[in-house]
Design a protein around this ligand. Structure first.
Ligand SMILES: Cc1cc2nc3c(=O)[nH]c(=O)nc-3n(C[C@H](O)[C@H](O)[C@H](O)COP(=O)(O)O)c2cc1C
Length: 165
C-alpha cells in the first residue's frame, strides 16, 4: 500500500518519479542492504545499482550523514558522541541511513534519478494510474468485496450436497 499511496494525486512524490513507477514492471526492483544498512527494495536504475554495489564505508557514511544532519539543524556532535558511548552498532546504522537520506529525497522530491534512489515495492508493476486517495480507497474496498463474494460463491459450490439423480 506504500507504493500505491505514493501513486496518488495527493502524494508529494515528484511527477517524473510517478511516471517512472507507472512504466516499471514487477521485476524492475533491486533488494539490498548495502544502500542504507537495512534490507530494502528500490527501483532498478543505474544510480540504485551503483548505490548498492557494496556497503558504504563508515567514514564516508559518517561524513554524508553529518552533512544531512547539519542541513536539518540536528545536534551532530551530541548525537554522534552519545551514540558512540551508548550503542556503537546503532550509531553505524544511523550513519548509513543518514547518508542514504539525501538520495531518497532527491528521487522523491526532485525526480532526480541520476543521483537519487527511489524506494518502491514490486507492486509498481501492477500500478498503471494516479487516482485521488478517496477514489483509490473506494476501489480497494470494492475489489475486496468482489473477491469476498467470489470466494463465498466458490465455497458454496464446493460444499453444496450432491444430488443423487
Ligand atoms: C515514497 C516511498 C518512500 C519510501 N521510503 C522508505 C524509507 O525511507 N525506508 C525504507 O526502508 N523503505 C521505504 N520505502 C519502501 C517501503 O517501505 C516498502 O518496502 C515498499 O514500498 C514495499 O511495500 P509496498 O508494496 O507496500 O509499497 C518507501 C516507499 C515509497 C513508495
Amino acid at each position: 500500500m506504500g507504493s500505491r499511496l505514493a501513486m496518488t494525486r495527493e502524494s508529494p512524490v515528484h511527477a517524473t518519479s510517478k511516471e517512472m513507477i507507472r512504466q516499471r514492471s514487477v521485476s524492475d526492483t533491486l533488494y539490498s542492504r548495502n544502500f542504507d544498512g537495512l534490507w530494502c527494495r528500490m527501483m532498478d536504475t543505474p544510480a540504485a545499482r551503483a548505490a548498492c554495489r557494496k556497503p558504504m564505508n563508515l567514514l564516508m557514511a559518517g561524513w554524508k550523514a553529518s552533512a544531512v544532519a547539519r542541513k536539518l539543524k540536528m545536534p551532530v556532535l551530541k548525537v554522534a558522541l552519545g551514540g558512540m558511548l551508548k550503542k556503537p552498532q546503532e550509531l553505524r546504522q544511523l550513519a548509513l541511513f543518514g547518508a542514504a537520506t539525501e538520495s531518497i529525497r532527491l528521487a522523491i522530491e526532485e525526480g532526480n534519478h541520476q543521483q537519487g534512489v527511489q524506494l518502491v515495492g514490486q507492486v509498481q508493476g501492477l500500478i498503471d494510474d494516479i487516482p485521488g486517495v478517496a477514489e483509490l480507497f473506494l476501489r480497494v474496498m470494492q475489489e475486496a468485496e468482489d473477491q469476498l463474494s467470489r470466494l463465498n460463491a466458490l465455497h458454496s459450490a464446493t460444499t453444496a450436497p450432491r444430488s443423487n439423480s
